[in-house]
Design a protein around this ligand. Structure first.
Ligand SMILES: O=c1ccn([C@@H]2O[C@H](COP(=O)(O)O)[C@@H](O)[C@H]2O)c(=O)[nH]1
Length: 288
């Protein structure tokens, strides 16, 4: 899916919600548990019930990989079941030496038809570039994540003097910033706003305005509202752009809204609430 197609979907539907299909076989309603194809049936019902309120689905691959061969097969059928109007994300957090990343890109963009994959940028340019070589596909680089462990590396102050050769003269300008800010800068160099997004956690609302200022054109995938307590209002006010620029994900808050036979209706009700709030924020911005 192209950037323009994504933006058109967002403004046509008035939502930038991404529903996370983190389907844990132990957490699906009891009446489905005994069924042979329980996880797919659950996903199918959630997709049918929520598709009018969201523009994207994020499949966290861990929940499927944990089920072995059957899990991969269910992931395959689930991503193919999602309507073509919706942006599909493999939350797989891959990234390795170049030739291995090339295989990961093939796995998620060719063998599986995802629009995007989350990528861990720790191994640098050659580990990310293979994901950027596909037309109309996206790499979503981890920037500032939603978890407490973001403090361990991402928030480290990495200000330093850099040796830079300018007109044959070595200079040492000072590069200021935290590790995640250098990651964002590198992402902007490696990709474009048409093939690269960043993950920025909703629990990091205080940092959003500054992040938006440094990367004004890029979309962010924002997990962390709902179960992790992030505020949709805060991130929307700080980081919405004229093109929207946000895909806000909620997984558990939507898919486990009810443990009963009404799970899909309750999921739809929560998704609708998010979409209603998002419509208000979108109405407040001017579309270019
Ligand atoms: O920084 C990050 C990056 C990824 N995630 C993933 O998003 C969802 C969040 O699920 P909730 O149930 O809505 O909390 C999940 O798949 C995480 O692995 C994240 O939370 N934070």
């Amino acid at each position: 899916m192209t950037r323009q197609q994504l933006i058109d979907q967002i403004f046509a539907k008035g939502t930038y919600l991404c529903v996370g299909l983190d389907t844990d076989p132990d957490k699906i309603p009891d009446h489905l548990k005994g069924q042979p194809d329980a996880v797919f049936e659950f996903n199918k019902a959630i997709i049918d019930a929520t598709k009018d309120y969201c523009v994207a689905y994020k499949i966290n691959t861990a929940f499927y990989e944990a089920q072995g061969l059957k899990g991969w097969e269910v992931m395959d059928r689930t991503v193919r079941y999602i309507p073509a109007t919706h942006f599909t994300i493999a939350d797989a957090k891959r990234g390795d030496i170049g030739n291995t990343s090339t295989q990961y890109a093939k796995a998620f963009f060719e063998a599986l038809p995802f629009d995007a994959i989350t990528v861990a940028p720790y191994m640098g340019a050659d580990s990310v570039r293979p994901f950027l070589e596909y037309e109309d596909k996206w790499a979503i680089m981890l920037g500032l994540t939603s978890n407490p462990g973001a403090r361990d590396f991402e928030l480290l102050d990495c200000s330093r003097r850099q040796d830079v050769l300018v007109d044959g003269v070595h200079t040492q300008p000072r590069a200021e910033g935290k590790l995640f800010e250098f990651v964002l800068q590198k992402g902007v160099e490696w990709g474009s706003s048409g093939n690269l997004m960043f993950v920025v956690g909703a629990t990091q609302a205080a940092a959003f305005a500054q992040i938006r200022a440094s990367t004004p054109d890029h979309f962010y995938l924002v997990p962390g509202v709902g179960a992790q307590g992030g505020s949709l209002k805060d991130i929307s006010e700080a980081a919405l752009t004229a093109d929207c620029g946000l895909l806000v994900n909620a997984s558990r808050a939507i898919i486990y809204a009810s443990e009963g036979e009404d799970f899909a209706q309750e999921a739809a009700a929560i998704a609708q609430q998010y979409a209603f709030e998002m419509k208000g924020y979108l109405d407040g911005i001017r579309r270019i």
